[in-house]
Each structure stands twice: as structure tokens, then as C-alpha cells.
Write a protein that binds this ligand. Sequence first.
Ligand SMILES: [Fe+2]
Length: 221
Amino acid sequence: MGKYRMKGAYISRRYFLGGSAVLLGGGLLAGPTFAAQGCLLTQGDILGPYYRFGAPFQSKLAGPDEPGERLVVTGTVFSSDCRTPVPGALVEIWQANSAGLYDTEKPGNFTDKGDFHLRGMLYTDAQGKYRIETVMPGRYPVPPNLPGLEKYAGLMRPAHIHFRVMESLHVPVTLQLYFKGDPFIVGDPWAHDRSTNTIELEQDGELRRGVFDIVLARGFA
Ligand SMILES: [Fe+2]
């Protein structure tokens, strides 16, 4: 189950050469996220049981009264050359609160009509950038009785934020964002090999900040 989708794949030489042309012609630079690991497509992950369809358009997921450490995540959605920004990508985000609870207690109920909490949708801007303001998600155990996941019931998951990213000329990706140093990553069937989705956070006063760039596979040659 842990190998649900593709692992990160090195881009083709053809894409790399194409990206170089963009780099020389447009002066666009890949973000620092890619410097250490080369150009990798963002790894996919399961949707999980707590996705709900139709979250409101908002990038500030947590209000001032939301308990937890404040967290700001910024990033750019790139095409498969890791250099060409993707404007107008739809980014859906959902997460648990600081106590590890989602706003629905019914796993798998994707059409829950209740208020959306710690969920949002946004479009990347003209430079392919996005920014979310939220709180650090709490860890929670895999719930029981999920078909196919029974053997993981009770396993404590590392802190994570769910993303689903789509744009008309690219292959959509569903993923979870993890945070370096979380001791529960190594034993997690999803997180342990999601290097493209694991970021370092910096402390900035009361705030934690992280940069998470996303690379989508182009949906055409
Ligand atoms: Fe989750």
C-alpha cells in the first residue's frame, strides 16, 4: 500500500534541454528545493479518508483563535522541467488541527455538508506561486476499519498536510506534505520514501515557515 503511486522520477533529457532553453531565454531559476536533489516530479500519495469535496477558496486556513503553532507554507508549482512556473493551478489543501482531528469524524465521507475547517482551495498566481497560513497539524493514528488499511489501524502518522494540485495541461497530483525531523516518518508506509514532499521548517519568532515547491508532470509530449 505504501507504494501507491510512482516514486519520484528523473525528468527526461529532452525535458531537461527544453528547460535549459527556458532558463537561458527567460532567466527563470528553479527554487532552492531542487538544488540538492535534482529535478524530480513531486511524488503522489493517497487521498486519505478525510478529503472533502468543495472547500472554500481561501489561503488563510486558520484564524487567530485556532490553537497551535502558526505555520506559513509558500511555494511554486512548476512544470516537469522544474523551471517553468504553472500559473492558475488549482491547489486544494486539508489538514488536521493541532490535536490531530479533522473537521469530519466520518472517514470516507467526501460529501460531508458541515462547515469546512482547516481546508481551502486557491489558484497559483501568475508566477505559479502560492502561500498558505495555517497551524501545525497534529499527529493522529490511522483509523480502524478502512478497507485495505486494516493492518495499519492505530499506527501514528507523522504530521502532514494534504494537497491536491491540478492544472489542465498537467497530470494532477495528490500528496501529503511532511516535515523533516518528525520521528514518525521512518515507520510510516507513505511518508518514509516521499523525499520530494518532506520539507525543513524554519522558526521565525512565533512562526514556523517552510517552502514547498511542487513539480507536475506535463500531460503531453
Ligand atoms: Fe491526513
